[in-house]
Design a protein around this ligand. Structure first.
Ligand SMILES: CC(C)(COP(=O)(O)OP(=O)(O)OC[C@H]1O[C@@H](n2cnc3c(N)ncnc32)[C@H](O)[C@@H]1OP(=O)(O)O)[C@@H](O)C(=O)NCCC(=O)NCCS
Length: 150
């Protein structure tokens, strides 16, 4: 896909955040039979949390959230809407975060809990598996870490 979408940081009082929550439910929760409401994350609403969205024709088509603490950045609730997957949008979301934090000395590592089938996606972006497989929301995950180049 040609990059005719925008990557934009979203505040939780914007309409776009409602779209993010709906996508989280449709893409991350419903397929594993989780109830509506579980798309809300404990890290939402915190001052250390930010949300990045890919926006195409007024709609969020991909998003990822980050939480900054103790010299690390946690990436969570990463998704691309079904019709837009495998077009490089997920890669561009993560790359933007890597770019924005690469000179920030206070951030040493970026990490996520990756669903097992998605491990190769993060590996292509320089993340490495750490530790054993574990279960989260009832499915297999690996912790994956990216060393910030600063
Ligand atoms: C995983 C996800 C975020 C990736 O976003 P995307 O926009 O589809 O991925 P991209 O097109 O940017 O892919 C970048 C590279 O990773 C690869 N890749 C993407 N998803 C992959 C997967 N599930 N398995 C293996 N490789 C994958 C692509 O083939 C591409 O490789 P290339 O550079 O060699 O062409 C998206 O597919 C998605 O939302 N999946 C469902 C929800 C989910 O599992 N979220 C992650 C929770 S941890």
């Amino acid at each position: 896909m040609e990059k005719d979408y925008d990557l934009k940081w979203i505040c939780e009082d914007e309409e776009y955040f409602k779209q993010i929550l709906e996508l989280r439910y449709q893409i991350l929760r419903k397929p594993i039979n989780m109830k509506r409401g579980t798309e809300n994350n404990l890290l939402d609403g915190k001052k250390e949390t930010k949300h990045l969205a890919a926006i195409f024709e007024g709609n969020v088509i991909g998003c990822v959230s980050i939480y900054e603490s103790n010299q690390t950045l946690k990436i969570f609730q990463m998704l691309v809407d079904i019709d837009f997957q495998k077009k490089g949008i997920g890669r561009n979301l993560i790359k933007k975060i890597q770019d924005e934090f690469k000179d920030k000395k206070s951030i040493k590592t970026i990490y996520c809990h990756a669903r097992a089938p998605v491990v190769p996606f993060y590996e292509k972006l320089g993340f490495k598996k750490e530790g054993d497989m574990f279960f989260e929301v009832g499915i297999e995950h690996y912790k994956m870490i990216y060393q910030n180049q600063n």
